[in-house]
Design a binder for this molecule. Structure first.
Ligand SMILES: *Cc1c(COP(=O)(O)O)cnc(C)c1O
Length: 372
């Protein structure tokens, strides 16, 4: 937490606006919409709920396809399943680790010829970095397929000066405990379409029709955010720029200390991209480094330091083994060699030095081994 959350939370508590809703929800939505440059924001109970609502707003029907990134957290794909739709997993490009625009274009073209265009493309901004929207937006527009942007990991990032969350017809964020800012749990749906924003609020509160009694003409959800959590969210928004700066500083230190080790490559940030470096992710080529990603992870674990492989691609997940995928070799290679280092904003310099020391110790290039 930053400085103001406790004060705002107690204020909300004392005002007796506990739940549901209240003035902090309205305030949080307004402030959030301004930060990501959108007309409307709807505060919800989780990022997953925001994704699910987005599919519902686009009227995605059971058995329709929704293209999405294979390299992501499972929540993305789960939300497509909640809508009864069929996820199709598109591989990453090496430049951004996000959805490969050429593969997307080819697959959309094939789908158009078969007369089965997907209902939407759910593009993920992974590890704090935007996908290549400079290409993806034009491609989706040319096929008339709407974009849902899953920016759950990328609040605070930008591409050519445009903020993450500004690229989808609907864009979604998460305030889960591990994200760059948190409300303990929560999410946000943003859009420029006023009708969708209204409809999202309606669906997220059990779809109550205007009537003195409880009247419901469609199925809704219990997806709204409480006023208490929105108060925390408003406090967190104030520290977002600091959090981004801190995560980037953590990344820079890792890269300065480890970037020259043989076989180590950090997640790239191409020109025009501004990543939050939510997670410091790198790949380790075992032939050059002299140890593989798993050996490094275990060495860290032995020192009570938690590191994790990068997301296991969805097309390799048993839960989605019946789904179609487009390409896959790039995300598979990233999973095989990719490691996320501890990157929390509250990490101390000393903690980071411990991590760096262990990674350096694991590096045993073959040439050195031979001399020994
Ligand atoms: C965290 C995350 C979500 C889900 O957000 P929750 O608030 O945990 O439901 C969705 N997509 C991605 C890419 C995420 O990292």
């Amino acid at each position: 937490m930053g400085g103001q959350e406790r004060k705002l939370l107690l204020e909300a508590f004392d005002s007796n606006w506990i739940a549901p809703l209240g003035p902090h929800v309205d305030g949080f939505e307004e402030e959030f919409a301004a930060i990501v440059g959108r007309k409307h924001a709807v505060a919800v109970s989780s990022g997953t709920a925001a994704l699910h609502l987005s599919l519902r707003l686009l009227d995605v029907q059971p058995r329709q396809e929704v293209f999405t990134s294979s390299m992501t957290f499972v929540a993305t794909a789960n939300s497509i399943r909640y809508a009864g739709a069929k996820p199709v997993f598109v591989d990453s490009e090496t430049d951004t680790w996000n959805m490969n625009p050429s593969l997307l274009a080819e697959e959309l073209d094939r789908s158009m010829r078969a007369n089965v265009l997907p209902a939407a493309v759910m593009v993920v901004d992974v590890n704090g970095q935007c996908a290549n929207y400079a290409q993806i937006v034009g491609i989706c527009d040319s096929f008339g397929v709407p974009i849902i942007e899953d920016a759950a990991e990328s609040l605070g990032a930008s591409l050519h000066g445009e903020p993450a969350g500004s690229f989808g017809e609907l864009s979604c964020f998460s305030f889960n405990g591990n994200k760059i800012i948190t409300t303990s749990g929560g999410g946000m749906l943003v859009t420029d379409n006023e009708e969708w924003a209204k409809q999202a609020r309606y669906l997220a509160t059990q779809a109550r029709d205007p009537a003195p009694h409880y009247e419901h003409s469609v199925t809704g959800y219990n997806y709204r955010m409480s006023n208490l959590l929105a108060a925390i969210g408003r406090g967190q928004l104030q520290v977002l720029p600091d959090r981004v700066a801190k995560r980037r500083a953590i990344f820079d230190k890792y890269r300065n200390e480890l970037g020259d080790l043989p076989g180590v490559q950090f997640m790239p940030e191409p020109d025009g991209f501004h990543s939050t470096r939510w997670l410091t992710a790198l790949t380790i080529d075992p032939n050059q480094f002299g140890a593989d990603r798993e050996q490094v992870r275990l060495a860290l674990e032995a020192e009570n330091i938690e590191a994790r492989p990068v997301w296991k691609p969805m097309h390799l997940q048993p839960a989605f083994s019946d789904c179609r995928s487009v390409g896959g070799a790039v995300s598979e290679a990233l999973f095989q060699d990719g490691l996320c280092l501890p990157s929390g904003s509250s990490m101390s310099e000393e903690d980071q030095n411990r991590v760096i020391k262990v990674v350096k110790r694991c590096c045993q290039p073959v040439a050195v081994k031979a001399i020994r």
